[in-house]
Design a protein around this ligand. Structure first.
Ligand code: NDP
Ligand code: MG
Length: 388
C-alpha cells in the first residue's frame, strides 16, 4: 500500500477548508491531516481537530489561544497562535502538501515559507499568484515544488493538460458564470445590496470570493492566476461567460483541437484531484447528466459594465507590482462594500484610482510586494474616506 499523504490545511474552517476535510474523510487510507488553521472560528477548529487528530493547529487570532489550547491539549494536539505561527507551521517535517485556503493577501507569506521548505502546494488562495506570481512560480521551480491548482477553472485546464504537457497551448478559455448580476445594466448595479451580491447562482463560497464573482474581479484574478500557472501570455487567455458552470474551462491546442473538463459545480472534485494527482480516487459526488442540461450557453463578458475584468487585464499588461496593487485595492474595496460603506460600482472606481496613484515597480522583490500592498491599501482607504 502506498504511503499516506500528510496534508496541512491553511484556512480549514472556510468553504474550501471544510470541503477538503470532507474529501479527506472519505479517503482515510490515503491522507493524514497534519495541520489545521483558522482565523476566528475556534469552535469549528476545535471540533475538526478532535475529529481529524492533526499534529497541531494554529488559531491566527491570538485572543482565542487559551480557549483552543484548553480544548486540545488533553487530546495531545499542539496549539499555536498568531500570524507568525501560521507562516512557520508549514515548515514541519511531516508535511507533504500544503493546501492554501486562506483569503486574500494573508496567504502569501505562508505559501512562500511552504515553498522554501520544499512542500508541494495545493493552491486555492489565488490572490497569492495575483500578488506575486512571478516570484512564487520561480521559487517553486527552483525548489522543485509543484503547485496543484484547486480553483475549478485552473483544475480543469490542468486536467486537460495531463498527457499534453509537451504540447504548446494556443489559447486558454476560462469560463465564468457571470454571477448574480449577469446581463444587468450599470443603472441597476448602482443600487444593489451586499445581500443581492452574496447570492451566487451556482457556487456556495466565502464572502470575499462571492463578491469578486459578482463583480467579475474573480475572473480577473483567475486570468492572472492562469498566466502564472500555465506560463502563457495574456493575449492567449480568453474569458467566456457560461452561466450553467458545467464546462469548467478549456484549452485550445495548436492543431485547433479544444479540450474541456466538465462536471457539476462541486469544488470537492478539483480539491480531490489536487491532492490525488496523478491518480483519480473513486467518489460518490453527484454525477452530471447531459439530458438534464439541454442548453449549455456561452456569451461575451460585459467588460464595460463589469470593469474589474478589464482592470485585471490592464494590470497584467502593465506587469511588475500592478496586479499586487489591483489585489490590495480590491480587498479594501470589497471589505468596504461588505460594510455598506461603498456602492457596488464604486469598487471599480476605487481600484482604478488606486492603480493610477500607486507607485509602479517594474521588477518587484518580496519587500516591494509587501510595501506595494501596504501603500495601496492606504491609498484605497483614503479614497473611501474622501468619498463619504
Ligand atoms: P472562506 O472565507 O470561506 O474561508 C477562509 C478561511 O481562511 C477560514 O478558515 C478563515 O478562518 C481563514 N482566514 C481568513 N482570513 C484569514 C487571515 N487573515 N489569517 C488567517 N486565516 C484567515 O474562504 P473560501 O474558502 O471561500 O476561499 C479561500 C480561498 O480559496 C480564497 O482565496 C478563494 O478565492 C479561493 N477559492 C475559493 C473557492 C470556493 O469555492 N470557496 C473556489 C476557488 C477558489 P475563520 O473561519 O476562522 O474566519
Ligand atoms: Mg474559480
Amino acid at each position: 500500500m502506498s504511503k499516506k499523504k500528510h496534508v496541512a490545511i491553511l484556512g480549514a474552517t472556510g468553504s474550501i477548508g471544510t470541503q477538503t476535510l470532507e474529501v479527506i474523510k472519505s479517503h482515510p487510507d490515503k491522507f493524514q491531516v497534519e495541520v489545521l488553521t483558522a482565523q476566528n472560528n475556534a469552535d469549528l477548529l476545535i471540533q475538526q481537530a478532535l475529529e481529524f487528530q492533526p499534529n497541531c493547529v494554529v488559531i491566527a487570532n491570538e485572543t482565542l489561544y487559551e480557549k483552543v489550547k484548553k480544548a486540545l491539549i488533553p487530546a495531545d494536539i499542539k496549539v499555536f497562535a498568531g500570524d507568525k505561527a501560521l507562516a512557520q507551521v508549514v515548515e514541519m517535517e511531516n508535511i507533504d502538501v500544503v493546501l492554501t485556503a486562506l483569503v486574500g493577501y494573508s496567504g502569501l507569506l505562508p505559501t512562500i515559507k511552504a515553498i522554501e521548505a520544499g512542500k508541494h502546494i495545493a493552491l486555492a488562495n489565488k490572490e497569492t499568484l495575483v500578488v506575486a506570481g512571478e516570484l512564487i512560480t520561480s521559487m517553486a521551480r527552483e525548489k522543485g515544488v509543484n503547485i496543484y491548482p484547486v480553483d475549478s477553472e485552473h483544475s480543469a485546464i490542468f486536467q486537460c493538460l495531463v498527457g499534453e504537457f509537451h504540447n504548446p497551448i494556443e489559447k486558454l478559455i476560462l469560463t465564468a458564470s457571470g454571477g448574480p448580476f449577469r446581463g444587468k445594466s450599470k443603472n441597476f448595479l448602482q443600487n444593489v445590496t451586499k445581500e443581492q451580491a452574496l447570492k451566487h447562482p451556482n457556487w456556495d463560497m466565502g464572502a470575499k470570493i462571492t463578491i469578486d464573482s459578482a463583480s467579475l474581479m474573480n475572473k480577473g484574478l483567475e486570468v492572472i492566476e492562469a498566466k502564472w500557472l500555465f506560463g502563457v501570455r495574456q493575449n492567449q487567455i480568453e474569458v467566456v461567460v457560461h452561466p450553467q458552470s458545467i464546462i469548467h474551462s478549456l484549452i485550445q491546442f495548436e492543431d485547433g483541437s479544444i479540450k474541456a473538463q466538465l462536471g457539476l459545480p462541486d469544488m470537492r472534485i478539483p480539491i480531490q484531484f489536487a491532492l490525488s494527482y496523478p491518480d483519480r480516487f473513486k467518489s460518490d459526488f453527484p454525477r452530471f447528466e447531459f439530458v438534464n442540461y439541454p442548453n449549455l450557453t456561452f456569451e461575451q463578458p460585459d467588460i464595460e459594465t463589469f470593469r474589474n475584468l478589464k482592470l485585471a487585464f490592464e494590470a497584467l499588461e502593465q506587469g511588475g507590482n500592478a496586479p499586487c496593487v489591483l489585489n490590495a485595492a480590491n480587498e479594501i474595496a470589497v471589505a468596504a462594500f461588505l460594510r455598506d460603506e461603498v456602492g457596488f460600482l464604486e469598487m471599480s472606481d476605487l481600484i482604478e484610482e488606486t492603480m493610477q496613484k500607486a507607485n509602479f515597480v517594474s521588477q518587484p522583490t518580496l519587500a516591494d510586494y509587501i510595501e506595494s500592498d501596504k501603500m495601496s491599501r492606504m491609498i484605497t482607504r483614503q479614497l473611501i474616506k474622501s468619498k463619504v
